[in-house]
Design a binder for this molecule. Structure first.
Ligand code: DX5
Ligand code: ZN
Length: 218
């Protein structure tokens, strides 16, 4: 099965976001991954709803918004209005994950929960029936360019076993090689920043990650 590939704009040239997003659209990105950091949940700051809204006019591809922010419930309407199609929040950051999932769905977006490397898969089990996707972080959230943690694959397997129809996304240190490892564990969606934006040919980098899904049979 083809892997869904979501280039992370975190690795793009922020001084040229419109061209970068058009470049990813043309290069065959399935989704566009947008990393929102608040300087509290993670020790870094990126961008928020106004910047996402500005990018929205340059592509029709689904916006996969990864909220690395405390108390995500507060800002859901702003992210939805900015054009988020899939909204992922961290189970570690939400006061009431079930309520947050319901609010995402009520706002018309697809709900997803992320887990950090140190968080067990069981932390999201109570919400699986309500979710479109679970994001298994394959690095500590907060910055791009880190090394993929293979030990997180156990959680991908556990989630797919628990609910086979659920999409599982992996994020951090993904390239053609680690995408294959993730595909073998059952991952459906790969986020890739450095591997796509750092490549000479973004189209072929995306295609290689997509093909990783075809190289294994689960
Ligand atoms: C990390 C972000 C990732 C990041 C991945 O906190 O969630 O989406 O952009 O970057 P790479 O692919 O460079 O590891
Ligand atoms: Zn991300």
């Amino acid at each position: 099965m083809n892997m869904i590939v979501a280039p992370s704009m975190l690795a793009s040239d922020f001084s040229n976001l419109s061209d970068e997003i058009i470049r990813m659209d043309i290069a065959g990105a399935d989704w566009i991954h947008l990393d929102v950091m608040d300087g509290h949940f993670v020790p870094n700051l990126t961008f928020g709803p106004p910047v996402i809204a500005a990018m929205r006019q340059y592509t029709d591809k689904p916006f996969d918004v990864h909220l690395m922010i405390d108390d995500p419930l507060r800002f859901l309407p702003e992210f939805r209005s900015a054009g988020a199609d899939i909204i992922t929040f961290h189970v570690e950051a939400a006061k009431d994950p079930a309520k947050t999932v319901d609010a995402i769905r009520a706002g018309g977006a697809r709900p997803s929960i992320a887990i950090c490397p140190g968080t067990p898969a069981g932390a999201v089990f109570p919400f699986l029936d309500k979710l479109f996707m679970v994001l298994v972080m394959t690095v500590e959230p907060g910055r791009g360019g880190q090394k993929f943690m293979p030990e997180t694959m156990e959680k991908v397997r556990a989630l797919k076993q628990k609910r086979p129809g659920l999409l599982v996304e992996v994020d951090g240190g993904i390239n053609a090689g680690t995408a294959r490892t993730a595909a073998m564990a059952g991952a459906d969606v790969c986020v890739a920043g450095t591997a796509v934006f750092g490549a000479k040919d973004a189209r072929s980098a995306i295609q290689q990650i997509r093909d990783a899904g075809n190289s294994v049979s689960n």
